[in-house]
Design a protein around this ligand. Sequence first.
Ligand SMILES: NC(=O)c1ccc[n+]([C@@H]2O[C@H](COP(=O)([O-])OP(=O)(O)OC[C@H]3O[C@@H](n4cnc5c(N)ncnc54)[C@H](O)[C@@H]3O)[C@@H](O)[C@H]2O)c1
Length: 281
Amino acid sequence: MKSFTDKVAVVTGGASGIGYALAERLLAEGAKVVIADIEQAALDRALTTLSAGGAPVIGVRTDVSDPASLQDLADRTIEAFGKVNIVCNNAGVETGGSFLTIPEQAWRWVMDVNFFGVLNGCRIFLPLLQQQDEAHIVNTASVAAFNSGSATMTPYCASKFAVLGMTESLEIELRSGGSSVGVSLLAPGPVRTRMPDAERNRPSTVPAATEPGRVAVMERLAQASAESGLEPSYVADLVVDAIRENRFFVLTHPEMATAGVRKRLHWMETGEAPPARVPGT
Ligand SMILES: NC(=O)c1ccc[n+]([C@@H]2O[C@H](COP(=O)([O-])OP(=O)(O)OC[C@H]3O[C@@H](n4cnc5c(N)ncnc54)[C@H](O)[C@@H]3O)[C@@H](O)[C@H]2O)c1
């Protein structure tokens, strides 16, 4: 996609963090943007800022874990702008704990948002994207898709592995069929966003993760993200470049991603287990 002018982009999780930065950057490139988010107040705030000066942006309250809500997002996008060229399936959440303490509802929430939200975004928007000469899907995974073993984050890790497997397979199928729809996988490492506070969007059916070890991990993650996380705007720049160049992997911390893959390869080839992580990390 050489130009973004007058293209129409949908960004889920667009009220905060990486999604907000993506919306801002796509608008700056000349696209029309639909931001979708489950948090109405954050959506309203984002819309007020992004639409200043009359920028072509609308907000649609969306729960990506609900296919009917995603279908409504697609319908509202067509109603407002008549077409879709770019879909960023970016909304994500995180909760966890040590393995046996994680309740079924927590697993379902993380998989429903992080995996089924991305999958259904692809299923619902692909027929609309296929009507365009230039179109692109960006699915957000994480470096956790290449690195298992982060303490208390097993559901998150599993959901991001699933996004990786699904997105790679989709890309191969579309490219093999000569599709006009490009596919990218965004796999961020630490980025300065509200992700460490993802439980703010926890449905009432999902218990809070209060296990002390888990709380400590989240505190460390929040601190590390605040101190050394990348700015979301940097990630948005990488994504826009990847869409422009039709590049699959968008890695904010390539060294973390490749180290994870090398670790697994070593494990597979030698049978030697990778080094255990330091307890409590
Ligand atoms: N920040 C990081 O360090 C990091 C690292 C790797 C991957 N990621 C991924 O990046 C993506 C964006 O997260 P972020 O870091 O910007 O966090 P964030 O919390 O700032 O933004 C996530 C947005 O998703 C929205 N959301 C949550 N549940 C939703 C639902 N059911 N339907 C619609 N919207 C929903 C939230 O309201 C929020 O606005 C996520 O998929 C996350 O897993 C982030």
